[in-house]
Design a protein around this ligand. Structure first.
Ligand code: MLT
Length: 380
């Protein structure tokens, strides 16, 4: 029986897939795995049983990934599972940033009580809410992962010129982009050549404040900036100052904070990007399937701290070794286990690596964790 702790509401359509061998609940002692959405995990202590954490979502900045790597806990996310939901809200944000929809709705409410005069008042007052069309304008997309690609292609379909950049762009992802999309050579080239800017990158020390006063200064006048990725990517002091001068016309974000709430020309949504039943189901299914695959077969799919390694299980047993990415590690492990190896798969990712070794018969695994650089060993 595996114990799985849910730190947030995770759709039952996902947790049901774990099956009868799993006790998956909101309060579980010594969990083998944790399912999480937005709960902050940085101050949590992890038990020695804990093998995996799966985030039902894309961003993982609520999880202490370095600590998890050191303790041999594999962290998963669900890339793409909520991409369509976020894309749809970004499209809404594009229109909210351009046409004065929010202001118009607020004003229309103030006309309540004017009886038959409402129609005339609307026609007289509506000119305050003129805003440009997006068709024919240029959208800059920073980050071309699952969400960025969907946003770029949808914007092309809406008649926009779309440019973008992603230093980690994969060939399969590049092939998914509409042929009218144009690649730029840097984030700055995107940011300084568009009328609308949308950001789809994780928050890291490298991406923090990527939209700052210096780059805003070089942007087109009246740019509209959309941030559906994370608070911290856009420097709030800089954007508020630029809104005051009109350099930035509108800032739409899914990540509010006290500084920007209620400010003129700022539209704050309460982190609704993935809040659709469809994406909650997709994320839950993906997170639960990945946890089950790792616990039962040792296969790693969509990890954010260890390499993805999968292989069909052959042989009598599978030895799973999470280890540091250092020389002679695999040789040392193979010497120690003295086993009849029938298959092996291994990959590295930064400072860490993962090796699965399928064997026939027995193996001496007791001393593996004592090898310098081995983080965790499991025999399935
Ligand atoms: C994500 O990280 O996937 C998004 O922020 C959506 C969410 O977590 O609700």
């Amino acid at each position: 029986m595996y114990n799985v702790l849910k730190l947030n509401k995770i759709a039952a359509i996902g947790t049901e897939r774990l099956g009868a061998d799993y006790n998956c609940a909101d309060a579980v002692e010594n969990p083998d795995a944790i399912l999480v959405r937005s709960a902050a995990m940085h101050d949590m202590e992890f038990g020695s049983n804990l093998l995996a954490i799966a985030r039902a979502g894309a961003g993982t900045n609520n999880i202490p990934k370095d600590k998890c790597s050191e303790q041999g806990i594999v962290v998963f996310n669900t890339p793409g599972a909520n991409a369509n939901a976020v894309k749809e809200l970004v499209l809404a944000g594009l229109l909210l940033s351009s046409r004065k929809i929010v202001e118009g709705i607020d004003w229309a409410k103030t006309l309540k009580g004017n009886g038959d005069a409402v129609g005339k008042m609307v026609e007289k007052g509506k000119s305050q809410f003129v805003g440009p069309e997006i068709s024919g304008k240029t959208l800059g997309v920073i980050g071309l992962g699952a969400i960025g690609i969907l946003v770029a292609n949808a914007a092309v379909a809406l008649g926009m010129k779309v440019i973008g950049f992603d230093p980690f762009m994969s060939v399969p992802n590049a092939l998914k982009l509409n042929p009218h999309f144009r690649f730029m050579k840097s984030n700055e080239e995107v940011m300084t050549n568009c009328d609308y800017l949308t950001i789809h990158v994780p928050l890291t020390p490298e991406t923090k404040d990527m939209v700052d006063a210096e780059v805003i200064e070089k942007m087109r006048d009246g740019i509209r900036i959309l941030n559906y990725s994370r608070d911290g990517l856009v420097n709030c002091d800089a954007v508020l100052a630029a809104l005051k001068t009109g350099k930035v016309a509108k800032y739409v974000t899914d990540f509010g904070n006290d500084q920007i709430l209620g400010e003129e020309n700022v539209i704050v949504l309460p982190h609704l990007g993935a809040s659709t039943p469809e994406s909650e189901d997709n994320c839950a299914i993906m997170a639960c399937d990945q946890i089950k695959e790792y616990l039962e077969n040792g296969n790693i799919i969509n990890s954010v701290n260890y390499p993805n390694v999968t292989a069909a299980k052959v042989g009598d047993k599978r030895i799973c070794v999470l280890h540091k990415n250092v020389p002679e590690m695999i040789q040392n492990v193979l010497v120690e286990i003295k086993a009849n190896v029938v298959n092996m798969a291994s990959k590295t990712r930064g400072d860490y690596a993962y090796t699965i070794i399928d064997i026939n018969g027995d193996a001496a695994t007791e001393k593996l964790e004592a090898i310098d650089g081995v983080v965790r060993v499991r025999v399935i």
